[in-house]
Structures are given as structure tokens and as C-alpha cells.
Design a protein around this ligand. Structure first.
Ligand SMILES: Nc1nc2c(c(=O)[nH]1)N[C@H]1C(S)=C(S)[C@@H](COP(=O)(O)O)O[C@H]1N2
Ligand SMILES: [Mo]
Length: 414
């Protein structure tokens, strides 16, 4: 199995990334398997656009040694075509999409007991503007009208030690709606660690769906299951085993398709039994004040609290801020850019008094779903919902609890 071994080369990758990108730091990886760095400072979440330097990185295999001239993306599964990067750029329209990418493991480090693997706090999220080719333009000519139930599987060209591949499936309807083959990030060529020469971007969905170093797009009747692809390996690990929500000591069941790709709907409905991490659940992070140094405030001044809030495919409709550790809440103001799939900024004028205060934020999406207060104990599973808790799950996925992301701030008189 590709994921059983740790990988010494990841340490060299991390060092190289830290050298290139000033605004990130390494995150604790219990099993020493992933190349992972996250935003080094809470201040990242006081801005709408995340500079490449501060955007987290997460992958399992070695970064492939890719050359822009020879890399191709092949269409498969009844679709025909093979495109170089130059062809993707020249033969199709160029678009840019704003996408808040959050690793499905963001918040895993907040689970107690610990779940193993990468111990992310809130640092595995960022918003970039990705430039590329709409997937719709590349496949459109070849689709008949029966796209409703089809899936599109993207396969990564990253080498893997178990002869398996990094393959993820999304519904074809989502792929042709707003997904792109991206070759630039914030107007710069994709850095190697973010998928150079070309990656998939799935706006509003957990990072795992945005396959880096993509070399194949395959039209399928089902999402990827064991032996779906024309190549060695089992193929389904990243879709059917990893990145699923489930209680301790449970193997998630394999599914060919799902009724809904809304991750939280899947959890609430219990269908499928163990949700897939597709679209992102409602979440927010305060960026400033950052708690790193005291805030100085005189009697008649207020302190501006700023942060970001997102909810995957859904809009954020409300953000509340607490300055007393969650006892009382006040509405914050949403402002700034408003793009589907990307976070909103929020702000709040705080009448701060000298002392130590715990600041927290709580977002609600357009369907009335609000971030739960804390992460449950390992036995709660679906019962967690009734207690305003997020379900502890063995992989530590999709966590969006309020309290673990709070920030303690010292206020002093000037
Ligand atoms: N080919 C490939 N694509 C991948 C991965 C990977 O290991 N291999 N990791 C995924 C995961 S888990 C995440 S969170 C995002 C992270 O993208 P970033 O490193 O550009 O932030 O890439 C996704 N795409
Ligand atoms: Mo991830």
C-alpha cells in the first residue's frame, strides 16, 4: 500500500519549500508521511488574497520532475485527446477563479484523543486566484447530453511507491460547471509544490479534490473504485479509504456514487454511512488581532477584529464574534470580494478593555448551518449534532469547531 511507508525525501522537499516560501512553517506529522507546511501566522487570515508564500502545501508522494514542454493531460474513458500545456493555453479560453482551498485535515490537530497523521490547527487554508482552462472547454465537444450521473476522475502524475496513483473523482456536472485546469497561481506560474505544470482546481471543495500534477482526466460511470483505471495498482485508496469521515476502528464502505456531494448533508443523512470530503463545511478564522503581542487601546478607541469565513459551495450569510470566549455573540460585518468558492472578509469593532480576552468567530451558511462549538468525544458520532459539537472522527477530517480556533489577546493601556 502506497501509504504505509514514510518518505525521507519529504524532509528535503519541506526544506526547499521553506526556503522559497517565507510565510509558512512545517506542521507536525505524526506518521512522517506527508510534505506539509501551513500558514506561519494567524495574520494570513486577516487578508482576502493569500500570497503564494503563505499558502499551505500538502501532498503524499514526491513532487514529480515535470517539464513544461513534455507534460501532457490525456483524456480517457471514451474521451479522446492529449494536450500539452501550450495547447491548453492556446486552444481554449483562459479564465481565473478565486478558490478558498482548505485541506480536509485542517483542524485535525484539535481532535482529542489525537488521531495521528498531520496535526493541523487552522493553518491549512488559503485563498488564491488560479488561472487556467475551463474543464468544460476541453471536454464539451465530446459529451452527449447524458452527463447527469457521470463522474470525472483526475489522476495525478506524482510517482508513488506502491504502484498506486493519486486519483480523485468529482461529478462531471461540477467539473463542467466551474472547475479548471490551472497553470498559474496569483498570476505566477504554478510552483512545483502546488502542481506545476498543471493541476485541477475544484472551487469550494476540500483540497484533496484538486489533483496536482494532473496527467489524465477520465470520464466514468462511477467514482473511482478498486481497479477502475487501466493501470497497475488498486486506484481507490484516495477516494474510498482516506479522506472519509468515520468513527474509530471502522473501514469506510466503498460506493460507486452518492446522492449528494454536500459533505455535511451526507453526515446528517447518514447516507452514505461514512461521508466523503467533497465540498467544504462552514468555517471561519480570526486573523487580527493575532494574539502574538498585546493590543494597546486608549479609553475612547475600539479595536478592529478581522477574519475570513467560508462555506464551500454555499454562501456565508452571517459571522458572529465573541470577545468573552463564546458566552455572548455579536454580528460582524461581511465585506470585500464576494466570489463563489472563496471566503469573505469580516470585521467587528471591539470596545476592548484592559485585560486578557478570548476572541472567537462563528459563521453560518445560507442553509442555516452554523459552526459547532467544540469537537465531540470519540463515541458521539452523529449524536454530536445535538450537543452543538463536531463529530470526532478517526481521520480527523472536516473539523470546523469554534473554540479550538479562538485566540487569546492581551489588551493594555498605552
Ligand atoms: N497529485 C496529487 N494531488 C494532490 C495531493 C497529492 O498528494 N497528490 N494532495 C491533495 C491534498 S490532500 C491537498 S489538501 C491539496 C493541497 O494543495 P496545495 O499543496 O497546492 O495547497 O492538494 C491535493 N492534490
Ligand atoms: Mo489535504
Amino acid at each position: 500500500m502506497a501509504t504505509d511507508q514514510s518518505r525521507a525525501s519529504r524532509h528535503d522537499e519541506i526544506e526547499a519549500i521553506l526556503e522559497r516560501k517565507g510565510g509558512v512553517r512545517e506542521t507536525r506529522d505524526e506518521e512522517d508521511k506527508y510534505t506539509v507546511v501551513g500558514a506561519a501566522s494567524r495574520r494570513t487570515y486577516a487578508n482576502w488574497l493569500t500570497p503564494v508564500e503563505e499558502h499551505f502545501v500538502c501532498h503524499r508522494n514526491d513532487i514529480p520532475d515535470a517539464e513544461a514542454d513534455s507534460w501532457t493531460v490525456s483524456l480517457a474513458g471514451g474521451l479522446e485527446g492529449e494536450y500539452t500545456l501550450a495547447e491548453l493555453k492556446d486552444e481554449f479560453p483562459t479564465v481565473a477563479v478565486a478558490h478558498t482551498m482548505e485541506c480536509a485535515g485542517n483542524g485535525r490537530g484539535q481532535h482529542r484523543p489525537e488521531t495521528g497523521s498531520v496535526q493541523w490547527g487552522y493553518e491549512a487554508a488559503g485563498t488564491a486566484v488560479w488561472t487556467g482552462t475551463p474543464i468544460r472547454s476541453v471536454v464539451r465537444d465530446q459529451l452527449d447530453s447524458a452527463v447527469d450521473d457521470a463522474w470525472l476522475t483526475a489522476v495525478g502524475g506524482d510517482p508513488s511507491d506502491g504502484e498506486d496513483v493519486f486519483a480523485r473523482s468529482i461529478p462531471l456536472s461540477k467539473a463542467v460547471d466551474d472547475c479548471i485546469l490551472a497553470y498559474e497561481m496569483n498570476g505566477q506560474p504554478l510552483p512545483p509544490e502546488h502542481g506545476f505544470p498543471v493541476r485541477v482546481i475544484v472551487p469550494g471543495w476540500y483540497g484533496v479534490n484538486s489533483v496536482k500534477w494532473v496527467d489524465e482526466l477520465r470520464l466514468m460511470d462511477t467514482m473511482v473504485v478498486e481497479n477502475s483505471l487501466d493501470r497497475p495498482g488498486e486506484h481507490a485508496y484516495w477516494q474510498q479509504e482516506a479522506y472519509r469521515l468515520h468513527p474509530a476502528d471502522v473501514e469506510p464502505e466503498s460506493n460507486e456514487t452518492v446522492e449528494t456531494v454536500d459533505t455535511w448533508d451526507q453526515f446528517e443523512a447518514g447516507e452514505p454511512e461514512h461521508p466523503y470530503t467533497f465540498d467544504q463545511t462552514v468555517m471561519s478564522v480570526i486573523g487580527a488581532p493575532d494574539g502574538e503581542s498585546p493590543v494597546f487601546v486608549s479609553d475612547d478607541e475600539t479595536v478592529e477584529i478581522t477574519g475570513v469565513a467560508w462555506a464551500g459551495d454555499d454562501d456565508v450569510t452571517q459571522v458572529e464574534v465573541s470577545t468573552d470566549g463564546g458566552d455572548t455573540w455579536d454580528a460582524a460585518e461581511l465585506f470585500g470580494p464576494d466570489y463563489a468558492g472563496a471566503w469573505r472578509l469580516f470585521r467587528y469593532d471591539w470596545e476592548a478593555t484592559p485585560g486578557t480576552h478570548v476572541l472567537a468567530s462563528r459563521a453560518t451558511d445560507e442553509r442555516g448551518r452554523r459552526q459547532p462549538m467544540r469537537i465531540s468525544n470519540p463515541d458521539a458520532w452523529r449524536d454530536a449534532l445535538e450537543d452543538d459539537e463536531f463529530p470526532w472522527n478517526e481521520g480527523g477530517y472536516a473539523a470546523n469547531a469554534v473554540e479550538p480556533n479562538a485566540v487569546e489577546v492581551d489588551v493594555e493601556s498605552p
